[in-house]
Design a protein around this ligand. Sequence first.
Ligand code: FAD
Ligand code: MG
Ligand code: MG
Length: 311
Amino acid sequence: GRGGGDSGEFRRARVLMGTVVEITLLDGGAASDAEAAMEAAFSAMAEVEASMSAHRDDSEVARLNAAAEPVEVSAATAEVLELGLRVATASGGAFDLTLGRLKALWGFDGDAPRVPSDPEIAAALQGIGPASLRLAGRRVTKGDAALRVDLGAIAKGYAVDRAVAALRAAGIRHASVNAGGDLRLLGDHGGRPWRIGIQHPRDPQGVLVTLELADAAVVTSGDYERFFEVEGVRYHHILDPRDGRPADACQSVTVVAASAAEADALATAAFVLGPEAGRRLVESRGGLALFVAADGEVSLSEDLKDRVRRP
Ligand code: FAD
Ligand code: MG
Ligand code: MG
């Protein structure tokens, strides 16, 4: 619904990509202009979902996954694949957009997730890795017909970037787009930074820290977002391609970067790499990172320290 009351904020929420997407405009101008800008932003995100979803049989990703021959994809999908492959290489394979079979094996998105056997995991890891996917312009070739691409760790961020581009094209200069933890800020908040609460990974109602930021993307990957438990052990959806099991170095990683696609990919990669190697990766690509390690210890990039406020 329309929110904000007398603050002049204009807010809408819609379910996309299996999550609630909330857009807030600070300078929507006339109500009709704000509605049109909102509509453009949500449509841009719906377009990304339609082409990049692994949850739909008619997406480009589904077509690529079903194909044995090279596939021509849209410019947008090619852009996401290219960025994903770059982060995959920079992370030494910790980020891997070819682990679709492994993800399906664990069943995190279905109603019957389970711990697979070692042979099942070994079979799902067979032939995966960034080298097994070749991109030439918009033409994608899988090294193995059985390879399954999954853009779940990067496409939500990309959709947020498209929404911000649509808002900007509609003349909006101050806004936020939040897709369930993948967030991007356009401009500042009334001449001051926006204040963004980062969720405490072990306290659903708690805020770990507040970040003061403007014109930036802030994306968090956590082990609390999608998981199941068996005999007190938590199995979550961020998988370490080295052993095919949930990565165990972190509870959560928050990345601040210029674009949400970059921040999304880096947050997942850094989660797998852990606080030290993860921070080096994020900083090498111009981003900043905040880690909660598996033991609860908090660490962060030096340049992020003056943006942090305790809750
Ligand atoms: P992130 O850390 O950003 O990503 C984790 C996800 O990336 C995992 O779920 C897995 O898919 C993949 N992944 C795991 N390990 C790695 C790794 N090492 N390297 C690279 N990737 C990895 N959910 C629904 O329930 N219903 C839907 O219809 C639906 N549609 C979607 C459509 C799109 C286009 C996208 C992008 C997501 C959609 N989702 C949907 C959500 C999706 O299934 C994931 O749960 C979500 O993208 C995970 O995002 P995250 O920010 O929680 O974690
Ligand atoms: Mg991600
Ligand atoms: Mg995310």
